[in-house]
Design a protein around this ligand. Structure first.
Ligand SMILES: NC(=O)c1ccc[n+]([C@@H]2O[C@H](COP(=O)([O-])OP(=O)(O)OC[C@H]3O[C@@H](n4cnc5c(N)ncnc54)[C@H](OP(=O)(O)O)[C@@H]3O)[C@@H](O)[C@H]2O)c1
Length: 371
């Protein structure tokens, strides 16, 4: 097994840049990039763009010039090549067949279906396989996938817009319905990008009742996350958009008479959050964006069931309304970054346990770069 050199690390950084391109399409799969190099030159490269589509290694092999081949090359792959027949054929076999001489792997795939067997297979075929000792950037990029594989639960992001005087909903006139914006439209585009990046978006019964939100991605490019409503007491009504618009929603509890597009879960006699996490694992939902309201966010905070918090602070006061839950402070959480955004400001927090597990090499904005 060859030592990993600084040059190897540079090629791996290129592969990671490619892996990032799968940001909105690969879930529940990880994001993976691959670069094929021979004699110090890139032969071809690829990335996993969309679930069901070619894996990064297959994409790189497909991108070889028509008269070219990969014989004697080194493959830089951010995650161990797979060894099982899933939605696509095994990549370790494709690399063996391509005649590469060496493979540098960013990290071993913790998926029990792989877990070192792709590496073993390549080594058995005579390929010199090196594994990076540490790859914190690669771990952060795949934190959602790794959370499911290593911790047995989705990665959880709490998001909330807060007024300058600490409220998350302005005062409402009696019976006033609909979403009352706290932050600017420019920031809303960013938050829709956040939605597109996560496997699911979750709100409580109060938000569905008051705001009647659609919870979809309208102001950015990307897939709609699965919508989840927590309503164990069945307080919401079937006419709400999350139930009636024909798109899929998962509701814990909820009202009677829901259409087929809505999956109903009965949590009777169970603790709702652990019950939900188990169900989401079975559905291969790798991450959840919790958008509120105050009670729901408070329950996730109280349970310590969160990994990131993205707080969108407005400079405007609402002079009353619904108070924000008690956020963690710098004594019990990591404030990673603070960014002005038009007239608003975004704060990015990370749970210390999440940081200890995934590694502390995370970018200041945690997610997509600010536009
Ligand atoms: N500024 C923002 O970013 C933002 C975002 C979203 C919403 N909001 C605002 O927040 C307001 C609603 O907040 P809210 O605190 O009244 O209500 P909420 O958090 O939306 O919903 C609370 C209800 O959801 C159910 N629920 C949530 N988590 C649960 C759990 N773990 N176990 C069991 N039940 C659970 C409970 O229903 P039961 O009591 O029936 O059991 C609970 O009372 C809305 O007016 C909305 O405008 C603001």
């Amino acid at each position: 097994m060859s030592e990993v050199t600084p040059r190897d690390r540079e090629w791996m950084a290129e592969a990671l840049t490619l892996a990032r391109r799968g940001q909105f399409g690969t879930a529940p799969n990880p994001r993976v990039g691959c670069v094929l190099v021979r004699d110090g030159h890139v032969l071809s490269s690829g990335w996993h763009a969309v679930v069901g589509g070619p894996h990064a290694e297959a994409a790189a092999l497909q991108a070889l010039p028509p008269d070219g081949d990969a014989r004697g090359a080194t493959a830089y792959v951010t995650l161990e090549p797979c060894s099982h027949h899933g939605r696509t054929p095994p990549c370790s076999e494709a690399l063996i067949a391509s005649g590469i001489m060496r493979c540098v792997v960013g990290m071993v795939d913790p998926n029990p279906k792989v877990a070192g067997s792709g590496i073993d297979r390549m080594r058995a075929a005579g390929i010199d396989v090196s594994i990076l000792e540490a790859f914190p950037e690669g771990r952060w990029l795949n934190r959602r996938f790794l959370s499911a594989m290593e911790r047995g639960r989705p990665w959880i992001v709490l998001k909330c817009a807060v007024s300058a005087d600490g409220f998350i909903d302005p005062p409402r006139r009696k019976g006033e319905m609909g979403s009352l914006a706290i932050t600017s439209p420019a920031l809303r585009r960013l938050t829709h990008q956040w939605r597109a990046e996560e496997g699911a978006i979750l709100v409580g019964a109060g938000t569905v009742g008051n705001d009647d939100p659609t919870l979809n991605v309208r102001e950015a490019e990307g897939p709609n996350p699965l919508r989840i409503v927590l309503d164990p007491e069945g307080r919401t009504t079937a006419d709400r958009q999350v139930y009636a618009d024909g798109h899929s929603t998962l509701v814990v509890g909820g009202p009677q008479g829901l259409p087929e597009s809505v999956v109903h879960l009965d949590a009777e006699g169970q603790f709702v959050l652990p019950f939900l996490m188990e169900d989401l694992m079975a559905r291969e939902v790798r991450s959840v964006l919790v958008e509120g309201g105050a009670d729901t966010l408070g329950r996730f905070l109280d349970a310590g069931l969160w990994d990131e918090i993205r707080l969108c602070h407005s400079t405007e006061q609402t002079e009353g309304g619904l108070p924000a839950p008690a956020w963690p402070t710098e004594e019990d959480a990591i404030l990673r970054g603070e960014h002005p955004f038009g007239t608003d400001r975004v704060e990015y927090w990370v749970h210390p346990a999440a940081a200890a597990w995934i590694g502390t090499h995370f970018p200041p904005t945690l997610s997509v770069p600010l536009p």
